[in-house]
Write a protein that binds this ligand. Sequence first.
Ligand code: C2O
Ligand code: CU
Length: 461
Amino acid sequence: MNRRQFLKSASSAAALLSLPRFAIAATDDGFLQLEAVKGQGRLYGEDGGLSDLWLYNGKLPGPEIRVKRGERVKVRFKNSLDEPTSVHWHGIRIDNAMDGVSGLTQPAVQPGETFDYHFVAPDAGTYWYHAHHMSWNQVPRGLAGPLIIEEEDNPFSPDADIILSLSDWRLDDNGLLDTASFGARHDFSHAGRLGNWLTINGTSLPDIPVTKGRWHRIRLINTSASRVLDLAPSRFGAKVIALDGQGFDTARDIDGVIQLAPAQRMDLVMKPDSAGPIPFEMMTGQPFTFANFVVSGEKAEPEELRVPAPNSLPEPDLANARSFPLVMAGGAMGRMQSATMNGQEMSMRELVQAGNFWAFNGQAGMGDKPLFSAKRGATIVLESTNNTAFPHAIHLHGHHFRVLERNGEKLAHPDWRDTFTTQRGETVKIALVADNPGKWLVHCHMLGHAASGMMDWFEVA
Ligand code: C2O
Ligand code: CU
């Protein structure tokens, strides 16, 4: 599908974007009812066919879950798929037992079974939930939805608070989800499963209604299996106020391109001044429009921007930190010779036969021993080195960390993140306070990489 076909198909399909709010039924005891089901959706516009999808409550993306900071999220999850699954609450500094990692923090929820998730959400911001059992297969079929934790004094009214869930799909020649290629070894050993079609909240090239002269908060969530999105917010007059849920003190202008890797979030603020429409572009060498902000009305009073106060996170104590390496190796053109798997040293050939292409610190997949263990409250510095030919998006569960340095250079903004990007050959230094007890996953969020070796765990005791 080329750009012209995209625009042709999409303009006839231009749909008004909406994500129904508070649309989830609750039980008598106050649990939201979330159900993983098989369903269908038109990914390739109105004239495309119906793709077979796996969905939460039959919706793409899954229904918005929204609570205030400090409140309890209570979800009664039912698995109506034909295979086991679990739900992970990405980016929440959560109680370990509720983290939703099948095989580590809970047994998988079997078909027909239910599981109650209930946890306090300590930080305001933009988060998401997604399947965490064979994620490489379940997430890119549709099992993902937004999780919004609101500030007590959220300055943006509901119609100026816009969630855009960005998803990359691989469609076949008929415009249907290509299911035959799930798990392809070539994808796993290269850049992951990349698609050829983008949707926003499940829709192709939607119109996003905005009001002239008014400040909007735009919450971007990249739910793609592997696609890193290059955005240029200043091209449509937007500034960044938060990354991975964690807010800044002031709105930040971005010069040029900022990446939104799989699982990352970015909150923008934007006050449309012109009549519009304002194209929402992705930078793929040249700008590519994948939605339009349609401007209407005019706010009478000129509006001041109010940025919500950041969350308070435990500050790393770098003077007393313990450092650990995180060396990424493997993949196509990676020159990895061998790695440990299930306690045994294996040659690359043996690893590949067992479906593993990647390793952290010479360990392919989950080891018997943690990648590191920390005493509760200790500051941990991870010195990562990307010795592979591909970018990765590394996610730590249960914690946020500061990204301190890239290639030995201190960053002007050591932002808080839960997922950091690393390019081929790059070193990235991050620091966290390991204050959340339990066994936590650390993995690449390019889901095929995680499934083929780039996944391990750490422990906070
Ligand atoms: Cu977004 Cu281990 O997950
Ligand atoms: Cu990766």
